[in-house]
Ligand binder design. Structure first.
Ligand code: SAM
Length: 226
């Protein structure tokens, strides 16, 4: 972890790190919630790998204090597709997957055993909320590559998807996109739609726990680089 990012008083996304402007919500968060002072080192990023240090005055004007740094994207992209479960669990899942470093999160269209289903209006509203959650979590965890929350997608349309199921083989570095089923699990037909089946261990995990486990295990292979 880069210490300037780790030690910054706050990390915030801007459209351009070359001519940074704080949005109203971020300005409020920095100045009123985090109470960042004009001498505190803050980091800004465009969410596409560029970042730099700066200070922010009480009127939310940004003054850069370092050159722009360009970080390469992760060695390979990691994706978790997950079924919608009840209450605030999707938000919680997106927050944690973002902290762990997942690059793309896909909300699965209802599968055969899905209980919770979003209608079209609710889906758009919920997706917007999930994107806000991902952005906030990416700031909190000091990411410089902003993850993507994709539109609701049918399982069969996800490229190279591996199916998370206790009957599968242990995970390895070749598994980079994993789909997690609803509380009732995937059907045999749905499992057959995957490129392979991956096990996340010998216990039956709740759907949100399975999503986090898949993320941690895939990330550990990427962090090791093999
Ligand atoms: N009764 C369901 C079953 O036996 O499939 C339990 C489903 S579990 C609550 C929800 C989802 O989490 C599963 O569809 C699967 O994708 C994932 N999951 C749970 N435990 C897992 C494990 N040990 N390995 C891989 N995936 C798992």
């Amino acid at each position: 972890m880069i210490s300037l990012l780790r030690d910054s008083a706050a990390h915030v996304f801007v459209d351009s790190v070359d001519a940074p402007v704080l949005g109203d919500v971020d300005a409020h968060h920095l100045l009123r919630v985090l109470r960042v002072k004009s001498r505190d080192a803050v980091t800004i990023s465009d969410g596409r790998g560029k970042w730099r240090t700066c200070v922010v005055d009480r009127n939310a004007n940004i003054e850069a204090t370092s050159d722009v740094v360009v970080e390469a994207p992760p060695k390979w992209q990691l994706t978790v597709a997950f079924s919608v479960v009840k209450a605030d669990r999707p938000e919680w899942t997106v927050q944690k997957l973002t902290e762990i470093g997942i690059d793309e999160m896909i909300v699965l269209a209802p599968t055969t055993r899905s209980v919770v289903r979003w209608d079209a209006g609710r889906a758009n509203k919920n997706l917007e909320r999930l994107r806000v959650v991902a952005r906030e979590a990416a700031m909190q965890s000091r990411r410089v590559w902003l993850p993507k929350v994709s539109d609701v997608t049918v399982l069969s349309e996800i490229a190279n998807v591996c199916i998370g199921d206790p009957s599968g083989s242990p995970i390895d570095a070749s598994h980079r996109t994993i789909a997690i089923g609803p509380e009732g699990g995937f059907t045999e037909e749905e499992i057959a739609e995957g490129k392979s089946i991956v096990s996340l261990g010998d216990t039956i995990l709740r759907a949100e726990t399975a999503a986090i486990s898949a993320a941690v295990l895939m990330s550990s292979y990427r962090n090791k680089g093999s």
